[in-house]
Design a protein around this ligand. Structure first.
Ligand code: TRP
Length: 382
């Protein structure tokens, strides 16, 4: 088999990341965001019609408990897909935590809380339905990583805009190779179970593009016409990016602008009270010119199944006081059953361990089958 398929014109050696270059995720090889939104719509339709044709993988780093940005940005989507009957795998990306921070003391606690948040949000860990597992207990994933690393160039790793953003955000002076290569680890996470749908937020799209590239090159190089791996498609939720309550670009715990799923109703009210808005008393949905107000309207819409435009109309000249009051009520109501389940699961000392043990077993079985196939096409049978 010729090597032409995998050698790209950018095969020059790179001497490190250029932080200014390629910060814009909209650029060339990553496609336009609008096109991805449109494709997501079509995919959504097909998922509802033939859920049995799809397999979902997605995941999170265990860096803390989940907040409403996670809930509306991706968790809701996952639960809906699961309930449509799409087999779902969720990786808790514990190794990935080591790429952008020095602390690892809280990983076990975070894995536990994450698992509880998942279940509270409605994911049901049952064999053949939803499989939740931590990366570090599925060594087969790392076996896939090595051949995958040979399919991409340093220059391609250099260009990943999300990696650059994360390096900047973490303030690292020296970049470890784990950080640099983690989109390929992620490709192994996704492809081990031959997932063909990955519900993600906008920031993860460049990684998914990498995964598609790895799948394509693996198939071209080793599998001839018979595809071993699918090229997974991203699925964006209705609200791919939830802004922080301070109006900054992203809701995240490190920016201290979130509402945690486990927050109490009073804490939630206090956080919303402090949220940034503007001085125009007439409430309108205008994400470009009034991003903070638009974000709060979107959160109401997501909590109630309405649209942000309809909510804006309802509030009219009520000003940001009415907007915040409404959000507090709607959000607390929406989160009430989730928070109640959270408490219940937390009280069960053995539950998380059992869920993860079963998840690990299932993930390893699936991964072993894929690895057998991978070794076979790479001429590595014994
Ligand atoms: N990189 C993701 C994050 O930062 C976590 C993750 C790891 C993931 N593996 C994945 C997401 C596979 C989707 C698919 O949160």
């Amino acid at each position: 088999m010729s090597n032409e398929a995998i050698i790209t014109p950018e095969l020059e050696l790179s001497d490190g990341l250029n932080l200014e270059d390629g910060m814009n995720a909209e650029r060339l090889e990553f496609g336009t965001f609008e096109a991805t939104v449109e494709k997501s719509r079509l995919l959504e339709k097909s998922l509802a019609e033939t859920p049995e044709n799809y397999r979902v993988l997605t995941g999170d780093r265990p860096t803390g408990r989940l907040h409403i940005g996670h809930l509306f940005g991706s968790l809701q989507n996952r639960v809906r897909l699961q309930n449509l009957g799409v087999r779902t795998f969720i990786v808790i990306a514990d190794y990935q935590v080591l790429t952008d921070r020095d602390t690892y003391e809280n990983i076990a606690e975070n894995v536990k809380n994450l698992t509880i948040d998942y279940m509270a949000a409605g994911l049901v860990p049952e064999i053949g339905k939803t499989c939740i597992f931590p990366h570090s207990h599925v060594p087969e994933l790392n076996q896939l990583l090595l051949p995958f690393l040979t399919l991409v160039t340093n220059a391609e790793l250099d260009r990943n805009p999300t990696v650059k953003e994360e390096i900047q955000a973490s303030g690292q002076k020296r970049i470890n190779a784990g950080m640099y290569t983690y989109p390929i680890h992620q490709a192994a996470d996704i492809l081990f179970c031959k997932a063909n749908v990955v519900p993600v937020g906008k920031d993860q799209l460049p990684h998914l593009e990498m995964t598609r590239l790895v799948a394509r090159r693996f198939n071209d190089r080793f599998a001839g016409s018979k595809a071993v791996f699918p090229e997974p498609q991203p699925l964006l939720s209705k609200a791919p990016v939830i802004l922080g309550l301070d109006g900054s670009q992203k809701m995240s715990k490190s920016r201290n602008n979130t509402i945690m799923l486990c927050a109490t109703e009073d804490e939630t009210a206090a956080l919303i009270k402090k949220a940034k808005t503007d001085s125009d008393r007439h409430i309108s949905y205008d994400p470009v010119n009034r991003p903070e107000v638009a974000n709060l309207l979107m959160l109401i819409a997501l909590s109630t199944g309405s649209t942000p435009e309809a909510v804006a109309e309802q509030i009219g000249d009520g000003g940001s006081g009415t907007l915040k009051k409404m959000l507090t009520e709607c959000l607390n109501e929406y989160l009430r059953p989730i928070r109640a389940r959270r408490k219940e699961f937390e009280a069960d000392g053995e539950l998380v361990r059992t869920v993860l043990k079963n998840g690990i077993r299932e993930a390893r079985e699936v991964a072993e089958q894929t690895l057998d196939e991978v070794r076979h096409v790479m001429n590595m049978d014994v």
